[in-house]
Ligand binder design. Structure first.
Ligand SMILES: [Zn+2]
Length: 365
């Protein structure tokens, strides 16, 4: 019976967005504002608090309220923004030009993500995007966070080059996890306590759908940078982000929606909408800026314009669009076992496109 590995790799873009001089946060120009966003988990979610390794992994709290640290959100969003823009990787090699494993080292020539989210190199530039902690939308809500036991996961290490590298031994791209109801459901992750004793984990994830609210503040962004930020936060109605612990076993599928938007430059232009229909302009204004970004990205890539960013003819955008979209697979989405790795250590992972077509899927035994 074939199976689908829980993660795959998004190929690099054919043309990264331009590298530009870093601007300091203090330089007020371009667009500034604040987005209020609602985040709702659609599968169990665990954003763990630090704490000791022993005992159950508990959800992060601020005071006695469940919360999601802004740094966790920023990490998840930055990966998406890096993929869309062909930015550097904060875990990459200094100054390397490779798109996936290179890292900016010169403030005169920064990728869009270092410019947006911050850069530490020959100089330190604060990011011009700040993401607050996410708090429960309804503070009186008492979410359910039962104890669950996860078996030890036989997932491959980054040294498993057959998965991480292509035929030429080059990194395949950025790692993302599939969203699928076939991975596991809340009930299925409640394995026996023995699983935890045998090297697994004890977790207390939120199991019910729980709305949180957070804010994204930005300063001095160009239209392209704001467009990149908006596509990152809101990649589309049917697309989802992954957050927190246990992404490969079905945890952490989240939906992010805009609730309110105050944009300095946009407000001046669209004041009249604001006065008549307070809820309509948010989506309308978002669509306008997002539309403009697609046009601009299409021209950078040298491909025909499209209605949706993920429909542009680019490997990175096609792969990312596919893996951010939850889907029902014919086969189970699960990690191969240790025995599988031992027996098939050279077996390659099919690409995202081939996985969708069911081509070259590995077999369980
Ligand atoms: Zn960079």
């Amino acid at each position: 019976m074939p199976f689908i590995n829980p993660y795959n790799f998004v190929r690099p873009t054919r043309k990264p967005m331009p590298r530009l001089q870093g601007t300091t946060w203090e330089r007020w120009q371009g667009r500034s504002g604040q987005l209020t966003c609602r985040l709702t988990n659609e599968t169990p979610l665990l954003v763990p608090s630090g704490g000791s390794a022993a005992g159950a992994k508990e959800f992060y709290r601020l005071g006695n309220q469940l919360a999601i640290p802004g740094t966790s959100l920023k990490g998840a969003f930055r990966c998406v923004a890096e993929t869309i823009s062909g930015a550097c990787s904060p875990f990459g090699k200094n100054g390397a030009t490779d798109q996936v494993f290179g890292r900016c080292d010169n403030a005169e020539k920064l990728c869009p993500c270092c410019r947006l989210f911050g850069f530490m190199g020959n100089t330190v530039l604060r990011g011009r995007v700040c993401i607050t902690d996410a708090l429960l939308e309804d503070p009186s809500f008492r979410p359910t966070a039962p104890t669950v036991y996860l078996e030890r996961i036989g997932g491959p290490k980054t040294t498993h080059t057959a998965f991480y590298c292509d035929e030429n031994n080059q990194p395949r791209g950025r790692k993302f996890y599939w969203h699928s109801p076939e991975i596991l459901t809340a009930n299925e992750i409640r394995r026996s306590r023995r699983a935890a004793v045998e090297g697994g984990e004890t977790l207390r994830p939120l199991v019910g759908s729980t709305p949180f609210v957070f804010h994204v503040r930005y300063n001095g962004l160009s239209d392209d940078e704001l467009g990149l930020l908006l596509w990152t936060l809101f990649p589309g109605e049917e697309k989802r982000h992954k957050l927190g612990h246990g992404k490969g076993v079905g945890l952490g599928t989240i939906r992010v929606e805009p609730v309110e938007w105050q944009d300095q430059s946009a407000e001046q232009r669209y004041d009249q909408f604001e006065a008549t229909a307070p809820s309509a302009p948010v989506t309308e204004l978002l669509a306008t800026v997002k539309r403009q970004f697609v046009r601009s990205r299409a021209s950078q890539l040298g491909v025909p314009d499209a209605d949706d960013l993920f429909l542009l003819n680019d490997d990175a955008l096609a792969d990312l669009g596919a893996i951010l979209t939850p889907r029902t697979f014919k086969y189970l989405v699960q990690y191969p076992s240790y025995d599988w790795f031992k027996a098939l250590s050279q077996k390659k992972l099919p690409t995202i496109a081939d996985t969708l077509k069911g081509i070259g899927l590995p077999d369980r035994f």
